[in-house]
Write a protein that binds this ligand. Sequence first.
Ligand code: SF4
Ligand SMILES: [Zn+2]
Length: 394
Amino acid sequence: MTLSKRSRPYIIPEYSLTGDLLSYLNCGLQYRYQNKGSLPPSTPVQLWFGEFIHSVMEEAYLEWRDNKKKRFPWDWGTEIREIELEINRRLRARGLYPPPRLFCPYTSSDTKKGLCPDENHPHKLIASERTEAAINTWGQHLFPLIDDAEVKLKSIRNMPNYQDGVSRSNYYGITGVIDVISSVNLQSAPTGNLILNYIHQNEGLQKIVNNLSTPEYEIIIDYKGMRRPSIDSEVKLHHEWQLLTYAWLRSQQPKSKKIVAGIVFYLNELALSKQDIGELKEEVLNQTTDVMPQGLDLKAIQNWKQHSSVPPLSVHFKEQRSIKIIPVDQDYIRNALREFDNVVNGIESCVLSEINGNNITSSWTPTPNKKTCTACDFKTFCPNPDRKYTPTIP
Ligand code: SF4
Ligand SMILES: [Zn+2]
């Protein structure tokens, strides 16, 4: 008697846009160690602040909507601090602790100094400067436009380079969470809204808005807890692909309207750290940024010396640098989807290589880069970091 062979289980690998695809693009080997090995990074500065600022903005919106806190600016000590502490409690419950010198987790009744400069809590450290600036700069213009927040989207696509008997599946799933969907009706759009002004002044968008067949359109918004990437950085492209793919995912939902633009808010631009200003100065000198300073801002940045304090920059310049508008059109969407298909193809090849018995380091390629490697938990045993790192006592 011949025994029948059990067929392989049918699985559709599912990829999250940010958790998998952008993460893999950052560094393939780090992605493998971090995600496929389920090891959370131990010093997740970027991760903590990203989660923190997203949740603070979401909570601030709910306060605005439900408690009718429509007057701006909000006061940090009496109106924003409570939100920050609540979000910090929630993140701690998930094992995410604020990295030192970024956020003061104490109240005025705490007597210990902790990692703060002194015992006079609360301190408005840089994470708090950013939340205050984000709410007071964009909140008042953004909140009235919000139609839906934290929108989970999912779809499937054909597996790129599918080979019967070799590929894991003939489809792959793609998921994403849109921070905010804004719905605008041109006939009743609020006047004097800063975000709509930016949208309507954007050259690439004017044609798209003028050609609308209905007065209603949507904008997809993503908050990033980072500074604006330079024009020669791959990250800039990756964020564009991300928003365009969100637009594709959203357009498949029956209740969606025409999506005309994606907006990325680079919230660190509203309160720069010394490291940020150093990087900005370099980009300004090399002309590798798309929002160049003028006049006093230019002088302040050119004259900035390492280790000196962050110079004051004009509100308009900070605003311009923190908003990035991505026009949505079918060709751009097609291109973004093609790029992500290639990324999935890359990840699938690495997975298959490992399934076929190759070890991790020969299956996944490291992408050394000073910024990523410095914050990487695997740098001491990575075969190809940007430079040699020696293990230190924690
Ligand atoms: S050290 Fe750098 S190259 Fe190596 S895994 Fe980490 S990020 Fe990638
Ligand atoms: Zn403190």
